[in-house]
Design a binder for this molecule. Structure first.
Ligand SMILES: Cc1cc2nc3c(=O)[nH]c(=O)nc-3n(C[C@H](O)[C@H](O)[C@H](O)COP(=O)(O)OP(=O)(O)OC[C@H]3O[C@@H](n4cnc5c(N)ncnc54)[C@H](O)[C@@H]3O)c2cc1C
Length: 301
């Protein structure tokens, strides 16, 4: 069975939009195809008339710095991102989250844009980027515009982007600066499923030993990638200490909406894992903020 008939590799953003317009909803954007092709093969996504990729467009396979942001092209695969020293330094939790996606073959072709566009509540790269305060650049008939990532998600697997009409051209996040650090951890079954039992990421800015600002994301903890806003409010202005981070984890465990999933984990286990793992994430982010040293950990081989 053919899952698609035509494959397009346009060379500009305008040409890409023209191709999508021409197919009137019968073409779909593709990154590495590590979600989409499997979904088609398994009958979760209908065949399409055409697939459209971004890989030939100048600049969309690049990682660049501009106005305090790191900008990641929509066609950048996880491996490239994980190996970039600037992402490791200024967005450590993103390297740690993209670095555990699948195995090397998946990371060599799978993209951060595809991870975000798929809109799964536990997409690893998505959770890392959300904690960093990421934005997504949308290309559609109205042109290009940046939107905060949190506006991208409508429900599990339901993105605000219609990938038959529009696409993610770039993604960005404000670089962690002095006295800032980030970290990511996840709890995963050793094999058999592609998504974690629970994952979490944090970004912290310290003033002395006080938490000046913090962002925390958890997945899956609701129908969309979850920003733990009550926990963030609880932590702001508090002392950076193990005792406070343990209290914050209890707040997070209460505000997160955690389901029992037959293949992954019970709700109780997920609650417990937030209490165990989140203090470690926050402590690591704080240590990085304090020392200015950030060597990503746990990246897969
Ligand atoms: C064996 C295996 C293990 C995996 N393990 C993990 C894991 O540990 N953690 C995890 O989070 N994921 C995992 N995944 C899922 C997948 O690899 C990632 O979500 C990956 O980042 C998807 O990127 P992609 O470029 O391959 O997306 P694609 O499959 O190409 O696309 C996914 C969706 O996004 C749309 N899309 C793609 N690019 C764009 C764009 N630029 N603009 C608009 N829409 C777009 C597509 O139309 C499609 O709907 C795994 C997959 C496999 C096969």
């Amino acid at each position: 069975m053919a899952y698609w008939t035509h494959y397009h590799s346009p060379q500009t953003i305008e040409e890409t939009l023209d191709v999508l317009t021409r197919y009137e909803g019968r073409a779909r954007m593709i990154g590495g195809g590590t979600d989409l092709i499997l979904d088609m093969q398994q009958g979760h996504h209908p065949p399409v008339e055409a697939l459209v990729e971004l890989a030939r467009i100048d600049g969309l396979k690049d990682i660049t710095e501009e106005d305090g942001f790191l900008i990641i092209g929509g066609a950048v695969p996880h491996t490239q991102l994980v190996q970039d020293a600037r992402v490791a330094r200024y967005g450590t939790c993103l390297v740690e989250s993209c670095g555990v996606i699948g195995g090397p073959q998946v990371r060599n072709v799978g993209t951060l844009a595809g991870n975000v566009a798929h809109a799964l509540p536990a997409g690893d790269g998505t959770i890392g980027l959300l904690a960093l305060g990421g934005d997504v650049e949308i290309a559609d008939a109205d042109g290009l515009r940046w939107v905060p990532m949190a506006e991208m998600f409508l429900g599990p697997g339901r993105s605000a982007i219609d990938s038959t009409k529009a696409f993610i051209s770039r993604l960005r996040f404000p670089k962690t600066g002095e006295h800032e650090g980030s970290a990511f951890r996840r709890v995963m079954r050793p094999q058999g499923v592609a998504l974690p039992m629970i994952s979490m990421a944090g970004r912290i800015r310290l003033t002395g030993e006080t938490v000046e600002s913090v962002r925390i994301s958890i997945g899956p903890a609701g129908p969309t990638p979850f920003l733990a806003e009550k926990t963030m409010a609880f932590l702001a202005g508090k002392k950076s200490s193990d005792a406070v981070f343990a209290e914050a984890a209890s707040v997070a465990s209460k505000e997160a909406s955690l389901r029992t999933s037959k293949h992954r984990a019970s709700s109780e286990y997920r609650h417990e894992m937030i209490r165990v793992q989140l203090p470690k994430v926050l402590a690591k982010a704080a240590e990085r903020a304090r020392t200015g040293k950030a060597a990503p950990e746990g990246v897969g081989l």
